[in-house]
Design a protein around this ligand. Structure first.
Ligand SMILES: [Zn+2]
Ligand SMILES: [Zn+2]
Length: 178
């Protein structure tokens, strides 16, 4: 009986000592630090996933209150991917679409399929591209120099844009033309 009372006394003494208050303050301090850390994490994560600044602000508030529960709720509702990844994916899709459009090049006159390397349309003989004067490579209309042999494209050929769409020769065939 005496022992138990002594133990009880020492226990109440312990809770009244400064050691206990130090432990209690430390625990409180860590809880607050952890709370702020989770709130900060929510803010950082929301910035990487959400475009709208108002929604980011709402997520930040949710990260703060209710403490610890807010971040968990945020986890349920956050967008599944980062803005960066989304942009990258959109760029990839656009690149694929451009590649597909390139593969589907058509002659502006007869709509026949042509290749990017063709100088003239094989179906209606429309001139599609200028040839490099040095190496004969097909040149895009905006190129200032041939990328294959570094020969500058003459300025004259740039001005003659109308001519590009004209057929090389009229498609007339006489009986003796064989
Ligand atoms: Zn054609
Ligand atoms: Zn060339």
């Amino acid at each position: 009986m005496f022992l138990a009372a002594a133990a009880d006394d020492s226990l109440t003494d312990f809770f009244e000592t400064s050691t206990w208050s130090v432990i209690r303050n430390l625990a409180l301090f860590f809880v607050v630090v952890f709370w702020l850390a989770t709130a900060y994490w929510v803010l950082k994560d929301a910035r990487r996933r959400i475009d709208d600044p108002w929604l980011v602000a709402m997520a930040a508030v949710l990260g703060l209150v209710p403490p610890f529960l807010g971040p968990i709720v945020y986890l349920f509702f956050r967008p599944p991917e980062y803005i960066e990844d989304r942009r990258e994916r959109e760029l990839e899709i656009r690149a694929i679409e451009e590649r597909l459009a390139e593969a589907d090049l058509r002659c502006p006159v007869c709509r026949g399929h042509v290749d990017a390397s063709y100088l003239v349309c094989p179906v209606c003989t429309t001139r599609l591209k200028q040839a490099c004067v040095e190496c004969g490579s097909p040149l895009e209309s905006i190129w200032q120099a041939c990328p294959y042999c570094a020969t500058p494209v003459p300025a004259v050929s740039l001005g003659a844009g109308d001519e590009v769409l004209q057929p090389l020769r009229p498609r007339r065939r006489t009986a003796g033309d064989r």
